[in-house]
Design a protein around this ligand. Structure first.
Ligand code: SF4
Length: 337
């Protein structure tokens, strides 16, 4: 059993930072010195999907720059209210993959646990922003039904903890989940999909590292960064700490218009990731959650070809599309040059 040390009543620093996130569009604009013309559209879009961004992430944004690539990922815009054909509420077929108890099974050998609906940051392009977390959430009422479902299926060798963001769960809840998973003999690999090491690196603290290092499974953490400027010293330190626990760290990014849609941006992201010890894994296309971020397919393939010509092969992310009902992600080849 993984023991979580008893601590004082004071919540850990990461939980205080989580609670202290910026949620008011007016405050975000004021912090960045941006004019009032952004406020009403931001308020209207935030009524559908609230603004949430940790202050440490805001501090990495450029003051006075409404086109800052970090800001664009979190600032609600009026364009989100447009209904655009092809950009539905379940773009990657999550609902059809539900098997109950917060377990999604899309691909052979792997099960994805929707562990929580909570995230430290609300990414405006999120493809799960309409997901029915109230109905399909493994942590609701305890993890036992989800663990039992995984235990009944010996074909599952890898469990992916997703959400929402699994690292927004407390150490106590994570310890219970890790204990349950390690007791299932056919589960050999545990993967976390999380944006917290990037947007709230305080989360990778001694408490978490203690319980994560005690997990005897092969461990993979897939972080989510879209732009090189998301990295600072605290992010690099968090990733280094994860690596000290024998964890493979990969990155998945989303190709986003106005954020990282140039070969320079993609090259810089890959190089920054590798300097931090992270390998680029997927570059998702198209953006399923919001049409105004979409990059045309031909452009996406050309950008990856251009970036690929400037990078060693191991730093070129795989351009992928997720098709509802498909047995795996669809690899999209770079354009021939
Ligand atoms: S962290 Fe992931 S799940 Fe959460 S809002 Fe961003 S993209 Fe969506």
């Amino acid at each position: 059993m993984i023991l979580v040390p008893l601590t004082s009543r004071q919540p850990p620093a990461w939980q205080r930072a989580l609670q202290d996130a910026v949620t008011d569009p007016a405050e975000l604009l004021a912090l960045l010195g941006l004019g009032p013309q952004w406020l009403e559209p931001a308020r209207a879009a935030a009524r559908r999907f609230p603004l949430r961004v940790p202050r440490g992430f805001v501090a990495r944004m450029r003051h006075g720059d409404a086109c800052d690539p970090l800001l664009r990922q979190v600032l609600p815009l009026g364009a989100e209210l447009d209904d655009v054909p092809g950009f539905g509420t379940d773009p990657v077929g999550d609902l059809a993959a539900r098997s109950g108890a917060g377990v999604l099974q899309k691909y052979d050998g792997r099960a994805l646990l929707v562990t929580t609906g909570a995230c430290a940051v609300h990414c405006r392009y999120c493809f799960r922003r309409h997901f029915p977390y109230d109905e399909e959430n493994a942590s609701r009422g305890g993890f036992e039904p989800a663990l039992a479902a995984i235990g009944r299926d010996p074909s599952i060798s890898e469990v992916i903890l997703s959400g929402g963001d699994p690292l927004s769960l407390s150490d106590r809840r994570l310890a219970a989940l890790f204990d349950g998973l390690r007791a299932i003999p056919h589960v050999r690999r545990l993967r976390l999909h999380t944006r917290l090491p990037i947007v709230l690196p305080e989360r990778i603290d001694a408490g978490f590292l203690g319980l994560w290092s005690a997990v005897p499974l092969q461990k993979v953490v897939v972080v989510h960064a879209n732009h090189a400027r998301e990295f600072d010293g605290s992010v690099r330190a968090a990733i280094e700490s994860l690596q000290s626990t024998r964890t493979t760290v990969l990155n998945q990014a989303v190709l986003l218009r106005g954020v990282n849609d140039s070969a320079d941006d993609l090259v810089s992201l890959s190089e920054t990731l590798f300097e931090a010890g992270v390998l680029p894994y997927y570059l998702h296309h198209p953006v399923a959650g919001a049409a105004h971020f979409d990059v045309p397919m031909a452009t996406a393939q050309r950008l990856v070809a251009e970036a690929g010509a400037r990078l060693p092969g191991y730093l070129v992310p795989r351009l992928v599309r997720e098709d509802a009902g498909a047995p795996s992600k669809t690899m999209l080849p770079p354009a021939s040059r």
